[in-house]
Design a protein around this ligand. Sequence first.
Ligand code: ZN
Length: 310
Amino acid sequence: MSSREPIFLEPVFQEKIWGGDRLRTSFGYDIPSGHTGECWAISGHPGGDCRIKGRPGQTLGGLWREERALFGGLAGEGFPLLVKLLDAREDLSIQVHPDDSYARLHENGASGKTECWYILDCDPDATIIIGHHARSPRELREMVEGKRWGELLREVPVRPGDFFQIDPGCVHSIRGGTLLLETQQSSDVTYRFYDYDRLSEGRPRPLHIEESLAVTQSPFRPRELRPQTRREGDALVTELVRCPCYTVYRAVLDGRWQRDWDAPFVNISVLDGRGALDGTPVERGDHLLLPAGYGTMTLEGRLELICSHL
Ligand code: ZN
């Protein structure tokens, strides 16, 4: 593949007990069932490796292994980021992720997981869980063992356009009625604190109480984000977060936007509208990647995008 070609990806869908049908009704995707929870939109992860449009048999994971120059020759076993859309009809489990050093040691060299959420749509009274109210690791253990979930968990109202960064060690849960885009480290190491005593295929999903307690930051300290917005051509570009794992932007364009990304690759998800990227049509629901050496990107149209890079 040439470094001047954008790489368009085919999403991989994941059915979940908490999923719904909004990935079809809202984005028009051909989903496998009415409980489809996740669209892995930009992924080279073995649990859902996206096929490359127009390149039969090729996947993002395969490109990462065989054509590393497209990613600026980065080191690492797998494509490092994962972009998902999530449709939570029901609540997700209460969970926490380890950081890189804990995961390397205890999860066979896996990476930890930092993630962030951009809320696309939600019910008027929707909430999420971020953090907890225990004042010490000991109090956290007491409240978890006593199943005092209502008292323990920090519930936050959400609205479309909100953005949240979930660092390793932060207890969290997406709750029912929320459609969001998640950008994360490509990892699936998740420790479940609590799953509402639900059954999946007749059995409760496993919990990981000791691992959860070991990695949870206590007391919880909320993450302060100060998103900066600036105009670039006809686009308003907001840097939502910059952390050691990724930088994530939201861009709203009405006209023309040129940018030379100083990054080994750039993920782009089209949340709304239609337009063209250097002459190639793009529209709502498209997910693509600009390889290293792409040079200046020119986007035209009316578009809302989430972009990310390392
Ligand atoms: Zn998570």
